[in-house]
Design a binder for this molecule. Structure first.
Ligand SMILES: Cc1cc2nc3c(=O)[nH]c(=O)nc-3n(C[C@H](O)[C@H](O)[C@H](O)COP(=O)(O)OP(=O)(O)OC[C@H]3O[C@@H](n4cnc5c(N)ncnc54)[C@H](O)[C@@H]3O)c2cc1C
Length: 382
């Protein structure tokens, strides 16, 4: 494509949602510019469990080998209120965000998508995109683009639409925030295939071993209880220590943690003018069920025909209803599971019972994590 000027579509944010949308639109022959303020590979606050829906999309994009690199999960150990129970939990794989996100961007580039890292983008009131290079010494000067469509996939912390009141965030009360880190060489790390889920009044913490042997820790925490507990590192170390994982607790106390803004949120609208929101940028619910990446990728596929309608002169508005149809039932399920996890004293007896009734437990664990649906594929969604 001609460098940067007047692409058909600008995609802001090259996480799983944005990179998937760029791949699909590139496949359909459109001139796409994908922009991210980060350079890749980069880590992110994430449990790194990729559900079957996301795996199906990777395969549809020719990234089956990447799925094979992931570590298949077989068991979840849930610990809360001083007790633990083991549940059969199959279908997801763990895969580092460094590996997944970089591979998706590479797949987009193979489809002739132009990728611009280290560049922050903002959408103006007139549906233009202002580019702000972050490496002032090496990058070209700021630029303004006028694409026919803009896909905003800038995640929870994204501010690309701050100047557009019609997209204002509605942020839930009693909210939690996310934290995450990666550690290695820890003696009581979970074995490959095992997901530890530790619940506590301060929040919940997921622990899993990645494809490269590092251990991913990701938590959704209550802000006030975390502050009183001495901050994210001390709080997560205490949760791990209470579960009898002294090695992981020491590693967590010493690790550098990344954070996110408040998790549960929605937008007034996810489409207006020529602008479409997908992934976390379209709204988010607490992450216990480990599906955010797959939802983002599914939205990245599903938005393509709506974007194409805009290229032909239509408006983005119909994406509002389609987006709600795609996600609202899943978000309700996610809220229900998150509610149960906030109350471990009530939830643990049910979990223990499920551990003793493996067939029902497996079925409910599948429903809770969205794995009871068949894997999505690009054709079926798009
Ligand atoms: C504690 C925790 C645990 C989780 N565990 C899981 C899990 O196990 N499995 C799962 O599937 N999901 C999980 N999630 C959710 C998952 O991380 C997100 O849903 C997923 O990353 C969303 O993808 P995305 O592409 O929408 O956004 P992101 O992955 O956040 O990507 C957004 C991108 O936009 C870029 N960006 C932001 N602003 C701009 C700008 N102005 N200009 C240019 N670029 C910009 C950022 O640099 C970033 O690369 C978890 C989340 C949390 C908080």
């Amino acid at each position: 494509m001609t460098p940067r000027h007047d692409p058909d579509v600008v995609v802001i944010g090259a996480g799983p949602a944005g990179a998937t949308a760029a791949c699909v639109l590139g496949d359909r022959g459109h001139r796409v510019l994908l922009i991210d303020r980060a350079s890749f590979p980069r880590a992110k606050v994430c449990g790194c469990c990729l559900a079957p829906g996301g795996q199906g999309i990777l395969r549809s994009l020719g990234l089956g080998d990447l799925v094979e690199e992931g570590v298949p999960l077989d068991t979840t150990i849930v610990h809360g209120a001083g007790r633990s129970t083991t549940l059969d939990f199959r279908g997801s794989v763990t895969l580092s965000r460094e590996r997944l996100d970089a591979a998706l961007i590479e797949a987009a580039r193979r489809r002739h998508v132009e990728f611009l890292p280290r560049t922050s983008a903002v959408v103006t009131a007139g549906d233009e995109v202002e580019l702000r290079p972050l490496d002032a010494s090496t990058a070209p000067p700021p630029d303004t683009l006028r694409p026919k469509a803009i896909v905003v996939a800038d995640g929870l912390g994204g501010r690309a639409l701050d100047g557009r009141p019609e997209f204002r965030w509605r942020i839930a009360g009693r909210n939690r925030f996310g934290v995450g880190t990666l550690v290695e060489g820890v003696r009581d790390a979970p074995r490959r295939g095992q997901l530890l889920m530790l619940t506590d009044r301060a929040g919940y913490l997921g622990v899993a071993t990645l494809e490269d042997g590092r251990v991913d820790l990701a938590a959704a925490l209550h802000p006030e209880r975390t502050r009183l507990g001495g901050g994210p590192a001390a709080t997560c170390a205490r949760i791990l220590g209470d579960a009898g994982l002294a090695g992981l607790a020491d590693a967590a106390a010493a690790a550098k943690w990344r954070g996110t803004p408040s998790l549960t949120r929605s937008r007034r609208s996810v489409a207006a003018g020529r602008v479409f929101c997908i992934g976390d940028a379209g709204g988010y619910v607490e992450p216990f069920t480990g599906e955010g990446m797959s939802w983002g990728m599914e939205a990245g596929v599903a938005v393509a025909p709506f974007v194409e309608a805009t290229l032909d002169g239509g408006a983005a508005g119909p994406w509002n209803r389609a987006h709600a149809r795609l996600l609202s039932a899943r978000r309700r399920r996610c809220r229900t599971v998150a509610f149960a996890i906030r109350h471990p004293r009530a939830a643990m007896p049910v979990m223990r019972l499920l551990g003793r009734l493996p067939r029902i437990g497996r079925r409910l664990a599948g429903v809770a994590s969205g794995q009871s649906r068949p894997p999505a594929d690009v054709g079926a969604i798009g």
